[in-house]
Design a binder for this molecule. Structure first.
Ligand code: GLU
Length: 323
């Protein structure tokens, strides 16, 4: 059984020639990214780091932080209010679909797709728009352990072209699902999508969730363990857009994808793993990223319902050299 470092190096080398998929171009700034960038990062719950490729390269969050924004909304308002405004059901529709908003309960199906992400973001408390943004940035910094910033050109680009997002916000305002000040909510959503992160940052965030909400590098508690359970369930069923079912079937661990080409995934109790490769498929998921996780899951039996390997192969692959 290969060690994690050996396996990610092999997957990185084998998948580097893959040319399928394309960089998201509906947000003009995203189209400028080099499609050949490729990084894989793993951070264990005992703080070890395994990395290969472009793990320190900056790219934008897009919807990758929705889990963490949901946690802040939970902390600001509690479970009842959040569940009133946003569901926990997968849609089977594209991430930017508006169609289901106008039927049934009038509330977005889940917080991982655009409508739900906008509704969740609108719940973030703050004295004014700057205060709300600063609270979000401080929360992300808590997970990552360093300063972060919003990439202005991406923010402006999202804001100038986000007509579908604006339409969703208006529809939700019409249903009373979000408050009057939709421009503030939309700006906060666009700003959070434009925050710069690295593949390493995503792995640390995922490892914090794998470690029941405690950052394994800084040892700081970032989230209550019961919130981790709530939201990992949503990530498992809704985190990979309208390929979430296929992902649950083939890979079998909670994960979240973003259109900038990042994927973060959680191996509960063991590690956070992240990939970055900007060419995405028709669902919005990184082509190479999905293949990395399929390879890892197959090799180590990471699937949560796969008990045939007894969980020990991954444990051995990340065993601390001192043990
Ligand atoms: N800013 C993107 C949008 O609103 C986020 C999409 C995503 O990563 O799911 O379209």
């Amino acid at each position: 059984m290969p060690k994690l470092q050996t396996l990610i190096e092999t997957l990185h080398r084998d998948l580097q020639p893959v040319r399928e998929g394309a960089v998201a171009s509906y947000i003009p700034e995203l189209a400028k990214v080099d499609p050949q960038r490729f990084g894989i990062s793993g951070v264990t719950t005992d703080g070890q780091v395994f990395e290969v490729g472009d793990t320190a390269h900056n790219f934008t969050f897009q919807s990758l932080p929705m889990f963490f924004v949901s946690v802040m909304a939970l902390e600001d308002h509690g479970r009842e209010v959040l569940r009133d405004r946003v569901g926990v059901e997968p849609t089977g529709d594209p991430f930017n679909s508006i169609i289901r908003l106008d039927e049934g309960s009038k509330r977005p199906y889940n917080p991982m797709i655009n409508a739900g992400a906008i509704a969740t973001t609108s719940l973030i408390k703050g004295k004014n728009p700057t205060d709300k943004l600063n609270r979000l940035l401080a929360m992300f910094e808590g997970y990552m352990g360093h300063d972060i910033f919003v990439d202005m050109p991406t923010f402006m680009s999202e804001r100038a072209t986000g007509h579908r997002n604006r339409a969703m916000a208006h529809l939700m305002l019409n249903f009373g699902m979000i408050g009057e000040d939709i421009e503030t909510a939309l700006d906060l959503y666009f700003q959070q999508c434009a925050v710069m992160v690295t593949c390493h940052d995503l792995a640390v965030m995922a490892a914090t969730l794998a470690n029941q909400g405690q950052n394994p590098i800084t040892q700081q508690r970032a989230v209550r363990p019961d919130y981790v359970r709530d939201l990992l369930s949503v990530m498992y069923t809704c985190g990979m857009y309208n390929r979430a079912g296929e992902w649950a079937y083939r890979v079998g661990i909670p994960a979240k994808s973003g259109v900038s080409g990042g994927i973060l995934a959680v191996v509960p109790g063991r590690a956070g793993i992240a990939t970055f490769s900007p060419a995405i498929d028709e669902h919005g998921n990184s082509v190479r990223g999905v293949r990395v996780f399929e390879g890892l899951s197959q090799e180590y039996g990471l699937h949560l319902f796969d008990l045939s390997m007894g969980r020990c192969s991954f444990a051995k692959a990340i065993e601390h050299p001192a043990n």
